[in-house]
Write a protein that binds this ligand. Structure first.
Ligand SMILES: [Zn+2]
Length: 109
């Protein structure tokens, strides 16, 4: 009877160890999830900030940075669709802006 009691206790200890392992596993999953959410939060904050600074001139988005000469120009399609800030480039003839990501081309004037 006494031996049986010991075995039951050992079983309980083993159960507890198993539970503890599950909790530790779950905890590390939650920590990873938390890291992922922190990263996402950081990205969203940066995005919100840049949205506030953007100005649409009818063709491209412009961002004026203090201390920087001229505005940075970004593709409307890429930003509206994917919230990506892709700079546009002036075409060789100097008449258009082109986005190299989505190939959108718009007249400069
Ligand atoms: Zn684009």
């Amino acid at each position: 009877m006494k031996e049986l009691g010991k075995i039951e206790m050992l079983d309980q200890v083993l159960d507890l160890q198993g539970t503890l392992l599950e909790i530790q596993q779950r905890q590390s999953e939650l920590m990873a999830e938390l890291d992922r959410m922190k990263e996402e939060n950081r990205t969203l904050k940066a995005e919100l900030l840049s949205v506030g600074e953007l100005e649409f001139n009818g063709r491209v988005y412009m961002r004026h940075t203090p201390g920087r000469v001229g505005a940075e120009l970004f593709c409307q399609v890429c930003f509206d669709k994917d919230r990506k800030l892709i700079r546009v480039q002036t075409t060789e003839d100097g008449q258009y802006w082109r986005c190299l990501a989505c190939q959108t081309t718009v007249r400069q004037h």
